[in-house]
Unconditional design. Sequence first.
Length: 248
Amino acid sequence: MGRTVRRVAVLGSSLGFSVQPGGSGWPWPRQLELLLNERAPDDEVWLVDNLCEVASTTDDLERMLARVLQLQPDVVVLQYGRGEALLRPCSRRTWRRNGWQPVTRSPLEARLRRRLLRTVIRTRRALGLVRPWVPLRRFEQTFDRALTFMQQELASAIVVLGSTPVSDLQERRAPGSRASVARHETAMRTVVDRHGVAWVPFEDVLAVDPEVADGDVLAPDGLHFSIEAHTALAQVVVEHVARIAPRT
């Protein structure tokens, strides 16, 4: 008699596949797969499909939903919103009002950097590879439609992960990032409560590992998870998946 295959689809950003440079270990979706199979009965095997995009913006979510519809997984784990929140621009007025200090560059370096970024952004937009950030209201509406779509078109349980902390380095790079992430998470939580799906606050992850709780959450780049955070997140998510996964 064959083994029953159970599937988990992970939708999110590069937080789902990036391990700190020079680090060792598996990203949390791969660790999740290992943990699920350790707990699975002999006649069952779990496969975790990592569908994460680079930034997990509103446009990325639409592409991921098209892919998850083909898979028809038992559980969908959604890590969304942080990329969109960090893409929101910060005006010079905000810099001055809050007294933040920008990264110091020479006038020539700053001018060349601005020209390069403008060229890259225009090229990517012309090729349809990226779009400008969207207003918070549209972000909330898109997220609401995504959950509605999954609940109507998939027989899947849904787990939504709360936003990760914003590092001091990221706040210095883009002042206002923490406030933007907080606003987006509030909007997401409102939608999650409306749809009655599972919500995993990042505080649960911090409670798993003392090193993570002490601030060892992000890699040196200030954007991606440390390996300790990958491990802690997998340990938290596996509990939710094991509890809510529909049985066949």
